[in-house]
Design a binder for this molecule. Sequence first.
Ligand SMILES: Cc1cc2nc3c(=O)[nH]c(=O)nc-3n(C[C@H](O)[C@H](O)[C@H](O)COP(=O)(O)OP(=O)(O)OC[C@H]3O[C@@H](n4cnc5c(N)ncnc54)[C@H](O)[C@@H]3O)c2cc1C
Ligand code: SF4
Length: 397
Amino acid sequence: MGKLVVNQEKVVNIDDIIKICPFGALENNKGQLDINSSCKMCRLCVNKGPKGAVEYIEDEEIVEIDKSKWNGVLVYVDHVDGEIHPVTYELIGKARELANKVNHKVYCIFIGDNIKEKAEELLHYGVDEVMVYDDAELKHFRIEPYVSAFEKCIDSIKPSVILVGATTVGRSLAPRVAARFRTGLTADCTILDIKENTDLVQIRPAFGGNIMAQIITPNSRPQLATVRYKVMNPPTRNEEKSGKLTLCTINKEELKSKSKVLKVVKKEIEVSIADAEVLVVAGRGVKSEKDLELINELATLLEGKVAVTRPLIENGWATAKDQVGLSGRTVRPKLIITCGVSGAVQFTAGMNNSDYIFAINKDENAPIFKVAHYGIVGDLYKVIPNLIEEIKMAKEA
Ligand SMILES: Cc1cc2nc3c(=O)[nH]c(=O)nc-3n(C[C@H](O)[C@H](O)[C@H](O)COP(=O)(O)OP(=O)(O)OC[C@H]3O[C@@H](n4cnc5c(N)ncnc54)[C@H](O)[C@@H]3O)c2cc1C
Ligand code: SF4
C-alpha cells in the first residue's frame, strides 16, 4: 500500500486543487495543503492537480512475480447438499472465454460430501478438470475446512484466475482464500476480461456507481474475483462429456473446525426477484404504499413479481430483498416494466441485462429511457390502468 505526499512548493493555487477531490479530503490548513481521513486514495489529485503537487509513493518495493508459473482459470462450485447453484455455470462460461484467450485450462473445485456423481454434471459444460474434495467432514459449509481444501487445490494447480459466485458462501470464502495467498480480490465484478500477460481485468461500479473501475492485480497471483448470480451468461449444456474428475484427498487435521453444525433449518422456498421471468418495478413515482396495489395488479396479470427501487425500501413499503440495483439484487428477467423509476445508475446497474426493458415515466428526459427498449412518456396512474385493461382484453380474446 502506498501513501500520498504533498509537495507544498508545487502547490500553485490551493483552492483549485481542493476542488479536484470529490470526497472533501483536501483542506487548506493555514495556507498548507493537507489530506484528511476522508481520502479514498482515488489519486485524482495526483493525476489532475499541478504536476508533482501531490505524489503517490509506494511503501514497499514491488516484487516481480513469474506469471508463467500460474496457469488456468479455477471456478468454485457453489452448492447446497450437492445441488449446484446456477451461478457456477455462468462462471464456467466466463472462465472458458477467459481461458481461451490466454490458452489456459478451465478447472472447477467442488468441496462437499457424497458429491462425485453431481460433479459429473460439470463435465457437460466444457470444463477441463474438476477437483473433487469429497469427505463427510465437508458436508456442511464451515469456513476453516473449506478454506483448507481450497488452499490445497490452489497449491496443486496454481491457477492464474479464480472465480467465485457472490453468494453467501462465496462472499465468506473468497476473502479468506485471498488473504491466505496475500493476493487481491475484487468483489461483485460486472465485466471480466484478460490481458495477454494473464492480468485479469476486473470491472465493477465504484464510488456509489458513478464510475466503472477497472481493477488489475499485476503483482500477485492468483487473482480472485466474485461475480453475482445473473451477471454472466451460462454456456449451453453439451450432450457429450469432456474433461475429467480428479478425486483429491485432504489430511484429517486440516478438516478441523471450531464450528459445529447442530441443525440445518431449511428456509421456506420463495421466488426471489432474481429468479422471476417478469418484474414490475415501482419507483418513487408511486406516491403511496397503497398505490403499490396497482403495480401488484399488473405484475399478477403478467404472472410476475413486484420489485422496487431503494427509496421505497427506505419508506418501509417493501423489504430489502425486493430492491433492484447496486445495493440490492441483480436481476435479468425476460421482461422488466419500470413504473415511475428515474433510472439512476445505481438502479440500472442491477437490471440493464434484462431481455426487454419497458419504462413508464412522465419525464421524457428521464435516464431510464436510455436503457429501455420500449418506453411510454406519461403518468403511470393513467398508463397502468390502460395497460391492465389492454392485457385483460388480449387474454380474453
Ligand atoms: C451507494 C448507493 C447505492 C444505491 N443503490 C441503489 C439500489 O440498489 N437500487 C436503487 O433503486 N437505488 C439505489 N441507490 C439510489 C439511487 O441513486 C436513486 O436515488 C434511486 O434509484 C432513485 O429511485 P427512483 O427512480 O424510484 O426515484 P426518483 O429518482 O425520485 O425518480 C422518480 C421518477 O418517477 C417519475 N415520476 C414521478 N411521478 C410519476 C408519475 N405519476 N408517472 C410516471 N412517472 C413519474 C419522475 O419523473 C422520476 O423520474 C443507491 C444510491 C447510492 C448512493
Ligand atoms: S487521492 Fe482522491 S480522495 Fe484522496 S485526496 Fe486525492 S482526490 Fe481526494
